[in-house]
Design a protein. Structure first.
Length: 251
């Protein structure tokens, strides 16, 4: 297993822990995808993947329709994806992805969280080089699926790493999904392969994989950094937060 597998194991999210926040962030990503590629899912692969993820998260249909409508209304705010970089306390690099219609508000909020926890918001490029930008897909694992054969086929389409993992829904039902990581520019070719082969797409998107050595911290230091990450993640404009902090024993 490679770096992506270890990374995912470290930061695996509680999928059903914060439904309202999940819907808000998905809604903003759908709005951005529509603004960038139009509302027709046929010609917008990013939107198709987000719609699949919205269904897997049981996002209400009206929430999805509202996000699409927001993007097509001329009077609506112009949502943009903006990345902020900085250092938390104890030298931990932090990269924050946002989707916002008001960068003045967002940067002020992000800076205040860093300052409150003893960190410093940096300039563009200050820590970005410590993370590799990857595309990532999740598909349903079917009976008899040969992961080694699938990986060999996907390599030709830009995939770099593939593994399966168990997922649990809000009712406690456990199933298996295959996670596929590839280079950032390979998003379209990997998604086309998945769709052409008829695999059930659960989600498709992008993640930042730390390429620097993860830093070990004490329990007290971890608590401070977790507070900063929590403040960032609770902000409605923030979609993802990545750090170079080494995971704890229970990660």
């Amino acid at each position: 297993m490679g770096r992506a597998f270890e990374f995912r194991k470290e930061r695996k999210m509680k999928r059903w822990g914060h439904m309202a926040r999940t819907f808000t962030k998905l809604g903003k990503e759908i709005t951005v995808a529509v603004k960038q590629g139009g509302p027709d899912v046929t010609g917008n692969p990013r939107l198709r993947a987000l719609m699949a993820e919205a269904r897997s998260e049981q996002m209400p249909k009206e929430n999805i329709e509202r996000a699409i409508k927001k993007a097509t209304e001329s009077k609506s705010g112009d949502f943009k994806e903006v990345v902020y970089e900085g250092y938390g306390p104890f030298g931990i690099a932090i990269l924050v992805e946002t989707a916002t219609d008001n960068t003045t508000r967002t940067v002020a909020n992000v800076r205040s969280y860093f300052n409150k926890c003893g960190g410093t918001l940096g300039t563009s490029g200050s820590v970005g080089f410590m993370f590799d930008h990857k595309c990532v897909f999740r598909i349903k694992e079917t009976e008899g699926m040969d992961l080694e054969e699938l990986e060999l086929e996907l390599i030709d389409f830009g995939a770099e790493e593939l593994f399966d993992e168990e997922v649990e829904d809000k009712d406690g039902n456990v199933s298996k999904e295959v996670v596929i990581y590839g280079d950032y520019p390979s998003y379209g070719s990997i998604q086309k392969y998945i769709e052409d082969k008829g695999y059930e797409l659960v989600s498709g998107g992008f993640e930042r994989i730390p390429n620097a050595e993860l830093k070990d911290v004490t329990p007290e230091q971890r608590s401070t950094i977790d507070k900063l990450v929590g403040l960032l993640e609770d902000d409605e404009d923030v979609t993802n937060v990545y750090t170079t902090m080494k995971p704890g024993e229970d990660a």
